[in-house]
Design a protein around this ligand. Structure first.
Ligand code: XMP
Length: 518
């Protein structure tokens, strides 16, 4: 794909930061391709890279079991940038010595640049600047021909290079891709522009065009099914596929009865303008509610909902008859968790709702967003003219309101939560805070408390309000919402939602709390 752009390959040795390297390169408008460390030389050559980055990773070159990789790439005459483990790998293969650092180094270090050319060009190097370290090994002896280009107190060889004819190797012990490394972006730009000679031609528009062509080529005259969840990712993936194959696409939205207020209708509206799109809203609420009757355990709820989804999609695919492709809005952070070489985050998310779908249904997967991050997906959605209220919508879990009703899910409790949730979102929007938050929602608790309304004693339900700030959902801080907002929320919920007489605000962060309550 994208042969019209200069490309950089990132060989992934399992670093939690591989995705960030790719992103920084894209931000420099250069196309990047992530390949697993084990990619063959043939695969690497087929991408015609102008440079190769070796990512960091959890392995140690001093151990016997290390990721397999094609060391012949070192003799391809393409510039190489080794980062952290990638640096140690280059050093080890080129005849240097790597050993355990006397002191493991995690976090900030002050980098002193010894050679201000190449990688450090254009950077004010008169004084040391902060860089982000995360390593247990370090280079003890330089490989022949290499020179030290930067150091820190704990790493006398914090950066090194070898430039000799067609051999161009640059290695960094620190991580230029993380925001904590001052000048990190400039260092990567120096590598991709000046050392590799890449032209900055990659844009979201060019990505869209190339991906649409790619989908057309793959699908041919085949038929494609897309499961719309109401979220950003599946909507953007669907809109992109529609642009590629039009009427060959069928979008199915399963209304499981666990969606937020007016969500199904909003989704239908967003896709209504797509001329000739096959859009099916399947009302399966009663099936889901029957299956969930009296179920209290959160994991059982999730499993039941997952199973129902699969059953209904299978039925839809069968109804379509000759469908052979399934579109999924899988994002890069989801991909890396599954393909990384013993990646540290390999099993963090067990809750990916449609995970079980494809293999059982024997459908070929189309995942047009698998290289992107959430905010890039939003930018792509803008290119596709999707409405802002869909693109900037907070994430919503696959099992929906069922995991925000603690205890059994009933139509009455769903109605209560839906109303309370709508008030929370309405007021947060009103205060102009919606986009500052990762998520905000209401949770219905399985307890009742005593209150007084008018002169009457009440004994009713409790709603908890949750609002968090987060970058990726992996960690989160509870949001310090203004007291007037909290007051308005509580007043409105208690006055307008029948059956609720108390509102509490959740002040737990993640970890140790999770964002959802179940
Ligand atoms: P937790 O509760 O694990 O949630 O802190 C992290 C993020 O993931 C969302 N979430 C889900 N998303 N299916 C999804 O697609 C699920 O089963 C699921 N469970 C949690 C949650 O809303 C938050 O954004």
């Amino acid at each position: 794909m994208e042969s019209c752009h200069d490309s950089i390959i990132i060989l992934d040795f399992g670093s939690q930061y591989t995705q960030l390297i790719a992103r920084r390169i894209r931000e420099s408008h250069v196309h990047s391709i992530i390949l697993p460390a084990s990619a063959t030389l043939e695969t690497i050559r087929a991408c015609q890279p102008k440079g190769i980055v070796f990512s960091g990773g959890p392995a140690s070159v001093t151990e016997t079991v290390t990721p397999s990789w094609s060391s012949e790439v070192l003799t391809e005459g393409v510039p190489v940038l080794g980062i952290c483990y990638g640096m140690q790998l280059v050093a080890h293969h080129m005849g240097g010595q790597v050993g355990k650092a006397a002191r493991r180094e995690f976090g900030r270090a002050e980098l002193t640049v010894l050679d201000p050319s190449d990688l450090f060009q254009g950077i004010a190097v008169e004084r040391p600047f902060p860089v982000w370290m995360s390593h247990g090994d370090r280079i003890e002896t330089l490989p022949p021909g290499f020179t030290i280009i930067a150091q820190t107190a704990n790493s006398p060889i914090a950066a090194m290079k070898l430039v000799n004819g067609s051999k161009r190797f640059y290695c960094l012990q620190f991580h230029p891709e993380v925001v904590h490394t001052t000048n990190g972006t400039r260092i990567l730009k120096n590598f991709v522009y000046d050392i590799c000679g890449c032209q900055p031609t990659w844009t979201m528009g060019s990505f869209l065009k190339a991906t649409v062509e790619d989908i057309q080529k793959r699908v041919g005259t085949g038929r494609v099914l897309c499961a719309l969840s109401g979220g950003v990712d599946s909507a953007v993936a669907a809109a992109m596929t529609y642009r590629a194959v039009g009427k060959q696409l069928t979008c199915v939205c399963i209304d499981n009865g666990l969606l937020r207020k007016e969500e199904a209708a909003q989704l239908q509206k967003a896709f209504a303008s797509y001329d000739g799109l096959n859009f099916r809203m399947v009302d399966a609420s009663s099936e889901f509610l029957t299956a969930l009757a009296r179920v209290v355990d959160p994991e059982r709820k999730r499993k039941i909902i997952g199973r129902q989804f699969i059953k209904l999609f299978e039925a839809e695919a069968k109804r379509m008859g000759d469908v052979s492709f399934l579109v999924q809005g899988t994002l890069y952070p989801d991909v890396i968790e599954s393909v990384s070489f013993k990646g540290p985050s390999a099993t963090i998310k067990t809750h990916h709702n449609v995970g079980g779908l494809p293999s059982r249904m024997k459908l070929k997967l189309i995942e047009p967003l698998r290289e992107l991050f959430k905010d890039e997906v939003r930018a792509l959605g803008k290119e596709l003219s999707l409405p802002d209220d869909l693109l900037f919508r907070h994430p919503f879990p696959g099992p929906g309101l069922a995991i925000r009703i603690l205890g059994a899910v009933t139509p009455e409790r769903l109605a209560m939560l839906r109303e309370a949730d709508a008030i929370v979102l309405q007021e947060i929007r009103q205060f102009g805070l919606y986009r500052d938050l990762w998520q905000a929602f209401a949770v219905l608790l399985p307890i009742r408390t005593v209150g007084v309304m008018g002169d009457q004693r009440t004994y009713e339900h409790v709603v908890a309000v949750r609002a968090v700030k987060s970058v990726d959902g992996m960690t989160a801080d509870w949001a310090k919402l203004p007291h007037e907002l909290l007051e308005t929320l509580a007043n409105r919920i208690i006055n307008e939602v029948n059956g609720v007489n108390r509102v509490v605000y959740d002040i737990s962060s993640k970890p140790p709390g999770t964002i959802e309550w179940e």
